[in-house]
Design a protein around this ligand. Structure first.
Ligand SMILES: *Cc1c(COP(=O)(O)O)cnc(C)c1O
Length: 419
């Protein structure tokens, strides 16, 4: 199967090459030249087996084709439960991986693929990630101990929570953590400068692991197909799926699942006070802007990096307005929803999940549906605990990270400190 750039000025490549390259040479994002039709009417018992039936067709004629079962088995070794609040309303819990957020799916698949691609290479691969939270920890956890690969994680000093910092710095080994005396933009600028440097390109084999990488997107198709089948089986109806969205990588996975044939009634993107997407759907004009800080901070994005993939799927404004729906949810609505859902169902949601739940309760109350839960509430305890009036139990994997020693270097925002 072949992948082409959204900007149309790079040659078509196989999945392995697209994953190894990250961004296409013309600056665009890799998308399938055409989508295979994958007819599945039943879910397998084993999630990893189901993942193989969705992901393997994308590796048709690729050197990794035969390795996909082993890679899926390694990557998806945790539960993916659909939690039912009532007869028609379910929550897809994507937070049972090692770092308790959905980014574990993409990061773990990417890490397994890259380790395979590194076999027999004489030079180590160095991955640079700038993070404001969940991405860095998922990438660090996924690549920890992978042979032939080193990771440098950059995060802004004083801008991540104590628990997040622990998850970024508990590693050592092939993971180097840098606490940068600057903000997230400074961290991102350092990464961009490194990728542009010819000297570094000559001395190091550099790549990124951010959400535009095809290797992070493919596994994000699987759980949408999977949960829509489970939903259809139980209720006899196709679900409306509501997704807490920032860079829309997760949502791009949902639209791709529909292209493959997943039984989905409608996809709705819940956003916070960052309204670039709903404004775009309304006006047809895409206006990126600076991000606004909210309590659902993993969605604080003013220029969603995967928007280019959605726009290539729906090139005209009519297609955009026919297929995309997005609703903005304020911090107060999020807090209110965390409280109400806890009172009504004794169920605790993280702020991102609660944004999507607000949309379900207020915009689609009578329709059936699945809310996508992107993180465990214990990762955002300072926001959630005051609303529910009790402490949240920490998942075992996070608890283990809390108990370890932090290893990091504190550096100024200067690229020379990194190499
Ligand atoms: C990354 C993240 C999001 C946003 O996902 P995108 O793919 O960037 O749209 C939502 N919630 C949580 C908890 C996240 O970590």
């Amino acid at each position: 199967m072949e992948f082409i750039s959204t900007r149309g000025k790079s040659p078509a490549v196989s999945a392995s090459v697209a994953i190894r390259t990250g961004l296409a040479p013309d600056g665009g994002l890799y998308v399938p030249k055409s989508f295979p039709n994958i007819e599945i009417s039943q879910v397998q018992d084993n999630y990893a087996d189901f993942a193989v039936s969705i992901i393997q067709p994308f590796f048709e004629a690729d050197p990794l084709y035969d390795h996909i079962p082993e890679i899926c088995e390694q990557s998806f070794s945790f539960d993916v439960p659909l939690h039912w609040l009532n007869e028609k309303q379910a929550v897809l819990e994507l937070f049972h991986g090692p770092t308790a957020a959905f980014k574990d799916f993409g990061a773990r698949f990417l890490a397994s693929v890259m380790e395979k691609l590194q076999q027999g290479q004489d030079r180590d691969l160095t991955i640079l990630v700038a993070t404001s939270g969940d991405t860095g920890s998922a990438v660090a956890s996924a690549f920890y101990g992978k042979k032939g690969i080193n990771v440098k994680v950059l995060y802004p000093e004083g801008r991540v929570s104590e628990r997040q910092e622990k998850q970024l710095t508990c590693w050592g080994g092939n993971i180097e953590s840098y606490c940068v005396t600057g903000n997230f933009d400074d961290c991102q600028k350092m990464v961009k400068t490194a990728f542009r440097s010819e000297k570094l390109a000559a001395d190091w084999d550099l790549t990124s692991a951010n959400s535009i990488n095809l290797g992070r997107l493919l596994p994000q198709i699987v759980y949408f197909y999977y949960s829509s089948l489970l939903y259809l089986k139980k209720t006899g109806a196709k679900p409306v799926i509501i997704i807490p969205s920032g860079n829309v990588g997760n949502s791009a996975g949902a639209y791709w699942a529909v292209e493959l044939g997943a039984p989905v009634e409608k996809i709705v993107l819940a956003v916070n006070a960052n309204t670039t997407i709903p404004d775009f759907i309304k006006s047809g004009e895409y206006t990126p802007r600076a991000s606004v800080a909210t309590i659902a901070n993993a969605m604080d994005v003013g220029d969603p990096s995967n928007m280019e993939r959605l726009r290539s799927l729906f090139p005209s404004h009519k297609q955009i307005s026919d297929n995309l729906e997005s609703i903005s949810v304020s911090d107060d609505m999020i807090r209110d929803t965390i409280r109400k859902i806890y009172d009504k169902y004794n169920y605790i949601m993280c702020p991102h999940t609660a944004a999507a739940e607000w949309v379900r309760q207020n915009m689609y109350n009578v329709e059936p549906g699945i809310v996508i839960s992107t993180a465990h509430p214990a990762k955002f305890e300072t926001i959630v605990e005051p609303e529910i009036g009790q402490s949240i139990e920490i998942p075992e994997s996070l608890r283990q990270m809390m108990g370890t020693e932090s290893k990091f270097s504190r550096i100024s925002p200067d690229i020379n400190q990194l190499f």
